[in-house]
Unconditional design. Structure first.
Length: 99
């Protein structure tokens, strides 16, 4: 067996939806709520809860504005979130190398 400890994985990122959000945001400069909802395939309420958790952890930043009198929320990875995501991916890669 190995010395890999699954508890080293970041619990904030490890949720399927939060992991998907982080992956999408890592590949774009920013993304609107509707774009994330489509890519992650989540309901508005579910997506909102996960975005809030990532925001509270300071992994993402949100910019709220109005376009044609409609509210628009745009999200991007914060530097803390980008670093946490890189570490998370590194730990997964080390797990995959285990024989």
């Amino acid at each position: 067996m190995t010395d890999f400890d699954h508890q080293q994985l970041d619990d904030i990122i490890h949720s399927r939806i939060r992991l998907a959000i982080m992956a999408v945001l890592a590949s774009v400069e920013s993304a609107e709520f509707t774009y994330l909802r489509e890519k992650v395939n989540a309901t508005d309420g579910n997506l909102s809860v996960h975005l809030k958790k990532l925001e509270e952890a300071e992994y993402i930043k949100v910019n709220k504005s109005f376009v044609d009198r409609k509210p628009v929320s745009s999200y991007m990875l914060a530097s803390k979130g980008r670093k946490a995501f890189e570490i998370y991916i590194g730990k997964l890669e080390s797990l995959l190398k285990i024989k």
